[in-house]
Design a protein around this ligand. Sequence first.
Ligand code: 0X9
Ligand code: ZN
Length: 340
Amino acid sequence: GTYDGGYHTVDAHYAHMDQVASQHPDLATVVTYGQSWLKQNGMGGHDLKAICVTKRQQGDCQLNPGSPKPRFFLMSQIHAREITTGEVSWRWIDELTNDYGKDPDITKLMDTTEMWVVPIANPDGVDMVAQGGDNPVLQRKNADDSDGSSCGQGGQIGVDLNRNAGTHWGTTGTSDQPCDEVYLGPAADSEVENTALEGLFRQLYPAVRTGTGDSDPSPADTRGMMITLHSDASMVLFPWEYDSSVHTGNDAALRALAGQMGSITGYQSGQAGEILYNASGGTDDWTYDKLGLASFTIEIGDVDNRGCDGFTPPFSCQDSYFWPKMKPALMYAAQHAAAP
Ligand code: 0X9
Ligand code: ZN
């Protein structure tokens, strides 16, 4: 189903992924990588699902880190209310599968690279958003209320999954109050949505980094890139996001790639603390820290003042504005997944 003028529910996203895979069995494979908090606790909820999109040859789209093709990983809606981001993933999946064999750039990309997509990283949260219908509920976090079951007016249950990852956990930009929007959770990686995602990352990418990061000069894994989509600040961000006074050992390469995506989109680029705020425990710091991936947060926004700002812009903005801008940025990124 849809809500608020056309935005897709979790069930609609999952049906879309299954439909693409059955229509293009040589181009798309759906993988279940875990269960949401509500599902694990027998209260409804959802499986956690990814789709691997590539012109499949032997060995492709398998859950092992030895894939012959480089992997470009795109995820969205880890913050449930950032509903533009899931729509961008939807269109990315369609573009890759519909234009294979028609558009030479897509064909080349599909022949050489695996595109992994998790359109809905936080399905329980997205259900809450969609239940508001034409007035979406602005739920950011997941549905884990075990730390504070009633938050009252102005509060919001759940853990901020983008503060919960086990990398410099709890050092900056977090709250330990369960009803706050940036509640970091009771422990690093306490949330199943994150541990399942991290398990998927570990199955897809070899761990090439050893230490904990900070001053580790080893190069980013040249076989992978991860982009997590957020909204709506019009920025391209890269690690370290927990503290912009610390640069990664790959600062020049990450900064150059982010700058390119910034010029394609018109967005600012930098470490979070340079242009937004420091915040620890995010997905991008985790995939850089643990796996050495070239990792980015893209904050989709209305940088051109097209009447498309906020978390719930008019649905027509998706096709008229966001997708035409994001497509070339994602193409550029995916084409550089092999050699960031
Ligand atoms: O605060 C966030 O999690 C992101 N901004 S949002 O308005 N979408 O909530 C920015 C995240 C940047 N990355 C990390 N801090 N790891
Ligand atoms: Zn966000």
